[in-house]
Ligand binder design. Structure first.
Ligand code: UFG
Length: 328
């Protein structure tokens, strides 16, 4: 099993879940955003998606039967300022991987996609058949690959399960892995940083048409996302059927609710100040995850806001400087 981006946040948690499920895991990562210390469940091949030769050689050398593809750039605002980098990495890089897979006759792919493909939702909860109209380059790059996949399936026999994540959050409940982005852009780790002496949290707008005026998001535990990849691979092996599936808890939480939960769990105040809306933030995003439940038999087990924040806090408290800073 090849896990591209397996040194990253969701990738490393998925490598652990796959290893537990009995798969032999090989991680392919250029370590630009990933961490060598997060690769614990199989060998690491250091390589870039642009390196077609190395990809092909890795697929053959390890006799790879399926690929779980995470390696990608993921910051929405960065994608607005530097779309070229996003198209090069996320689109050209992924197409290079798909060509290498087709050449090596690897038939199964699980592809990391995002709720950003929906853009500003017309209706919530969002079902998979909702129109896809991304409002940023990041979402466009993911949708471009989603649209290419059926053509690759017809021509090259490459079957794919596309997983559209909502807000991945939390950390491995055993404390082995956690979130370590540089810079950190996500709400929960930023709120934890603010609670532990970092810069005050900026609340990006409180005049949204929501109950408390702040944005509603669907936070889903990273270990639940990881489990869904195992189920997607099993479904591919059993049926060979391609599918596109939302992964969310189905419960919307506001920015203020997240802050209150971080304060309760850490026992510390989260210094926060009101800031302007962040461009490109929809007011409300949450998933209908019926397809994941019915089609993949996926049941989120850790995705209450309380457990998400508790595991994120435990990881941060044990690794205040992430993977590289050692433990305290
Ligand atoms: N937020 C703040 N302050 C911060 C950080 C975030 O108020 O310092 C707010 C945001 O405005 C948003 C919510 O907290 O309402 C969550 O923000 P995140 O940055 O944690 O996550 P996003 O919802 O922006 O991003 C997620 C995924 C992306 C995906 C995007 C789709 O991480 O991959 O949803 O909109 F593209």
């Amino acid at each position: 099993m090849l896990v591209t981006g397996g040194a990253g946040y969701i990738g490393s948690h998925t490598a652990k879940a796959l290893h537990r499920a009995g798969y032999a895991v090989v991680v392919y990562d250029n370590l630009l955003a990933g961490h060598r210390e997060a690769v614990r469940y199989g060998p690491l091949v250091e390589g870039d998606l642009a390196d077609r030769g190395r990809l092909g050689e890795t697929l053959r050398r390890f006799e790879i039967g399926a690929v779980v593809h995470f390696a990608a750039l993921l910051a929405v605002s960065e994608s607005v300022h530097d779309p070229a980098r996003y198209y090069r990495n996320n689109v050209i890089g992924t197409l290079t991987l798909l060509e290498a897979m087709a050449a090596a006759q690897v038939p199964h792919l699980v592809f990391s996609s995002t709720c950003a493909v929906y853009g500003e939702p017309e209706e919530t909860p969002i079902v998979e058949t909702h129109p896809t109209r991304p409002i940023n380059a990041y979402g466009e790059t993911k949708l471009a690959i989603e649209r290419a996949l059926p053509h690759y399936e017809r021509a090259y026999g490459l079957h794919a399960v596309v997983l559209r994540y909502f807000n991945a959050a939390g950390a491995d409940p055993d404390g082995d892995l956690g979130e370590d982005h540089d810079p950190e852009i996500h709400l929960i780790p930023r709120a934890i940083q603010a609670a532990t002496g970092g810069a005050p949290l900026e609340i990006f707008g409180d005049d949204y048409p929501t109950p408390d005026g702040t944005c509603l998001r669907d936070y889903v535990h990273v270990s639940d996302l990881a489990d869904a990849h195992v189920l997607a691979l099993q479904a591919l092996a059993e049926t060979g059927r391609s599918a596109t599936v939302n992964l969310g808890s189905g419960h919307p939480s506001s920015v203020r609710e997240v802050i209150a939960t971080v304060e309760r769990v850490t026992g510390r105040p989260v210094p926060a100040q009101l800031a302007a809306r962040r461009p490109g933030d929809p007011a409300v995003l949450f998933a209908a995850s019926r397809l994941a439940a019915d089609g993949l038999h996926w049941r989120p087990r850790h995705s209450t806001l309380d457990e998400i924040v508790r595991t994120a806090w435990a990881w941060h408290a044990a690794h205040p400087h992430g993977f590289h800073g050692g433990t305290v």
